[in-house]
Design a protein around this ligand. Structure first.
Ligand code: AMP
Ligand code: ZN
Length: 144
């Protein structure tokens, strides 16, 4: 699998375990972990184990399994956090506020009146809370 990864990419390093993450799911093609600047409680990211910058270049054989994991994680986050709704977001290029150039899907729990807009500032979360949530969501993700 490492032949598909990039030495300098932060998400490739997370996949390889070279930098820490709150992992919630992993299979042979995908990896899911908590966003450490959560825009909402339960904000999670899903990536293919294939370094590609965006939706334009991602090979279909990697997108399929990645969306399968997005669905799996979204159900687990829904069951753990019990939001009013859920947005799946995927940004391409700087004009869409993409900041990490390894394709990823955001799972973002939403609540009525939360006032969330499409762009947001990065604000570090409470790592103890994120870690606990990750454990609960990881258990649910495996059970789905
Ligand atoms: P985007 O703006 O769509 O490229 O989103 C990138 C996301 O990656 C942001 O929400 C960041 O908070 C998140 N992020 C960056 N570095 C890390 C990291 N080391 N662990 C978890 N999430 C990260
Ligand atoms: Zn990468």
């Amino acid at each position: 699998m490492s032949e598909h990864l990039n030495d300098d990419c932060i998400f490739c390093k997370i996949i390889r375990g070279e930098i820490p993450s709150f992992k919630i799911w992993e299979d042979d093609r995908t990896y899911a972990f908590m966003d450490i600047n959560p825009v909402a409680t339960g904000h999670a990211l899903i990536v293919p184990k294939f370094h590609t910058p965006n939706i334009y270049e991602a090979p279909e054989e990697w997108l399929g399994p990645t969306l399968g994991s997005v669905s799996r994680v979204a159900r687990a986050v829904r069951d753990e956090v019990k939001p009013d709704g859920m947005n799946i977001l995927q940004a391409n290029d700087k004009g869409a506020a993409q900041s990490v150039f390894h394709i990823h899907f955001h799972v973002i729990p939403r609540n009525l009146g939360d006032g969330l807009t499409m762009n947001w500032d990065m604000v570090p979360g409470d790592m103890d809370e994120i870690g606990k949530l990750a454990e609960n969501i990881a258990r649910r993700t495996s059970d789905i």
